[in-house]
Design a protein around this ligand. Sequence first.
Ligand SMILES: [Fe+2]
Length: 596
Amino acid sequence: MDSTPISRISNPSPYQLPQHVSNDRQRARQLTIAINKGRYPFAHDEGLDEERRLPAQLGPWPGASKLRRAMTKLVGILPPKELFVSELPPEVRFTGPKFFRHGTHAGSMKLRQAWVKLTNFAARTHSDASFERLLGTIPPPSVKNGWESDAVFARQRLAGVNPIAIRRCADNPGDALAKAADQVLIVRHRTTFKKAMKAGRVYMTEYPMLWDSPVQEHVRGNATLAAPTTLFYTGDDGVLMPLAIQLKPREIKDRNPVFTPLNRRWDWMMARGHVQASDSHYHESISHLLETHLVSEVFALATLRNLHPDHPLNQLMLPHFEHTLAINEQARKNLLAEHGEIAKSMAAKHTGNINLVRMTWASWKYQDHSLDTDLENRDVRDLPGYLYRDDATKVYKAIDEYARGILGIWYQTNEDILNDPELQTWAREVSNPSAGGIKGFPEKITTREQLFDIAANVIFRASAQHAAVNNGQFGAYGWVPNAPVAMYSALPDHAPEDDRPLFTKADYYKALPDRKRALGQTGMVWLLSEPTERSILRAGELMAFTKEHCFEAYQVVGQFRRQLRAISDGIDLRNDEIGFEYNYLKPQNIDHSISI
Ligand SMILES: [Fe+2]
């Protein structure tokens, strides 16, 4: 006789926790799970552990003949089939419409670039007009107007493509930076560095890991990759402004000059250009690839392997992994490969960026990277004009309520959590160093609170956080003078003397990527700016949450969508008020999963 299933929902529904179904159904579920474990081996896509297969997986396209490699490089539009045929199980490959959209988007980029190559022979990119010609029929992003302003440069830390690098400067950043910042504050802001620090108004970005040899060794011959520290100040007007830039890590005292806005214009702009190129490496490798694409992949695999499709947590999370394995497979085969756009355009090429991922992953801990902890650790709760924080916090709250609302229907006590074998195996596998390998992730989930928190974090990362660091790529890098992904100019080893400039405007443009590299950069970000196909507004579409199966869940989904629409209206109003469009976290622009 059946053990008595205790239905926690109003209708008899197949979507139940495993401990609440009959023994027969439990056995059937276990069989499905065993089959799925074979179909989704972590080994297939393990891309995170520094000791395992990341370099090979992400490295040069394996086993390709010279002819194939040459064809791929030359033709581009007609890559060999191995590069786009998926080896994944059919249900996680691109759907037909997605494959078509992705293919036409990539194809249109290749065709546009082919046209530019045919009609524009000038190799040098020495002016705005030459960069505009390289975009061909694509309109330049709005940052083209105003990128030279320091306020726009600073605003890109708050509402740009990489809004998670800025943090409050709590300690003395070093005498050289402090002295230079002091001069700027006296001249431009009528205060001193000491007073500004005391008032908590100094912020900073820095990227010391870019100076490490596993990255620097891969920097292309004539390019440079700085590891800059930049100080910012926010005054009474609430506008963030840059104060000083030091291009090598702060500990280096020798030949490590500091640049400020008081320097001659293009000396300062050259320092800014290096900061943008360094930020692009941190952004693409860490903020974007590692912290959204690859971490979400671990949760996607653990879900597919351990949670039966009838499990409510599977139903809640699976839509947020749609196309994630497929886009990561494409990234490994193309974008991050030897023939890909990153190798063509970024200073540290694909290999240096992969090493950056590996180095960061070695010490990456789950508990340091929730939205709340991250904002706390960076001490940016009261940073004025921080639009990312404002919008992300609202979206997170809505996602949190949604996850709690849905899971609370099934998990009514902590016992429900402890007695769920599928959930516990899921957690063990995410944290297991030989499987998901996410450090700091609990091996055992013991309370409802803990699970609700994890679910909200996973959904937020796979949707909103990815949108925050993905959607603005063309907006920033599409205008190469604003944010080159490589600078072709040696790092200055002394400050300008006697008011004699080190660099002219012509030097700055000469230091920017040439035609081939610029086409690689704009092509890459055009490709990655494919418009959102299915936004988070469509969350909760799976069967388990229909009114036929669970009316309460259906209501939670409705409430979530209403909240998201209200957030969207609020963002529109705010944008009108401030006269600046920050739309990356507008719910209709948040893809429900990582699919590009
Ligand atoms: Fe992405």
